[in-house]
Design a protein. Structure first.
Length: 218
C-alpha cells in the first residue's frame, strides 16, 4: 500500500517537474516534431508486434521460477522468507521491470502521436492503469489484457462524462473490489461458486422443511 501511495505521489511530482523543465520538456507546450511510425497501418503493425512480444515475455516469466516465486509471495510472504527468498528484493525487481515495460509503451505512444506533453502524466492516468488491472483480474497476463480492452472502451461510451473520469474509475475500483475481487477473468468461477452455494442453501432449506414436516406428522 505504501508503494502504491508513493507511486501516485511520484507521478504528481514528475508532472510538476516536467511542466517546469521548459528547456528540456517544452513545459506545458510539450515536445513536437517527434518522428512518427509512418502510416496508420504501419503504426498499428508496430504496436501489435510490440504488444505481442511483451505479452510472450510476460507469459514466459509467469511460467518460470520467478513467476512461481511471485505467486508464492502473494500467498504467504513469511513462508517464502523462511525459505531464503528476499521479498523486498523481489518486489524491487518487479517494480523496475514494470517501469521498463511502461517506458517502452510511453516511447511508442510518443512516436505514435509525434507529440508529447506533461498532461498525460497525472494521477488520472495512474488510476486508469490500476483500474485496468483490477477490472481484468490480478495475477494473470490475460487479466491485464482483458482489463485494458474493457476500460479502453469506457471513455468512448461515457464521453459525455469525461470530466468525471477519475470519479468513475474510483467507483469502478471499489465496485470490483467489493463484488468481483478476481476481476472479469474470475467472474465465471465466481458465478459457478455462487450458483453452487445457492443450490446447497436451497437443498439444506428443503431438508429442514422436510424434517420439520415429518416432526409435525409424528
Amino acid at each position: 500500500h505504501y508503494l502504491a501511495i508513493a507511486t501516485l505521489a511520484f507521478a504528481i511530482i514528475m508532472r510538476v517537474v516536467l511542466e517546469n523543465a521548459t528547456p528540456i520538456t517544452g513545459g506545458l507546450n510539450g515536445i513536437v516534431g517527434i518522428p512518427g511510425l509512418g502510416t496508420p497501418r504501419s503504426g498499428f503493425v508496430v504496436v501489435v508486434a510490440l504488444a505481442t512480444i511483451l505479452y510472450c515475455a510476460a507469459v514466459l516469466v509467469d511460467h518460470s521460477r520467478v513467476g512461481r516465486i511471485l505467486r508464492a509471495l502473494g500467498d504467504d510472504e513469511r513462508a517464502m522468507a523462511s525459505c531464503g527468498i528476499n521479498p523486498q528484493a523481489i518486489r524491487t525487481a518487479v517494480f523496475v521491470a514494470s517501469a521498463c515495460l511502461t517506458s517502452i509503451a510511453g516511447s511508442v505512444y510518443a512516436h505514435f502521436l509525434t507529440y508529447i506533453s506533461p498532461e498525460p502524466f497525472d494521477v488520472d492516468m495512474s488510476v486508469l492503469f490500476v483500474t485496468m488491472m483490477l477490472v481484468g483480474g490480478t495475477g494473470s497476463v490475460w487479466g491485464a489484457l482483458l482489463g485494458a480492452c474493457i476500460v479502453g472502451v469506457v471513455p468512448a461510451v461515457l464521453s459525455a462524462y469525461a470530466s468525471y473520469s477519475a470519479l468513475l474509475y474510483g467507483v469502478a475500483i471499489v465496485a470490483v473490489l467489493l463484488f468481483m475481487p478476481r476481476g472479469a477473468l474470475g467472474l465465471p468461477r465466481q458465478i459457478r461458486l455462487t450458483y453452487s452455494r445457492i443450490r446447497r442453501n436451497l437443498s439444506a432449506a428443503r431438508e429442514r422443511a422436510g424434517a420439520s414436516e415429518a416432526a409435525r406428522v409424528e
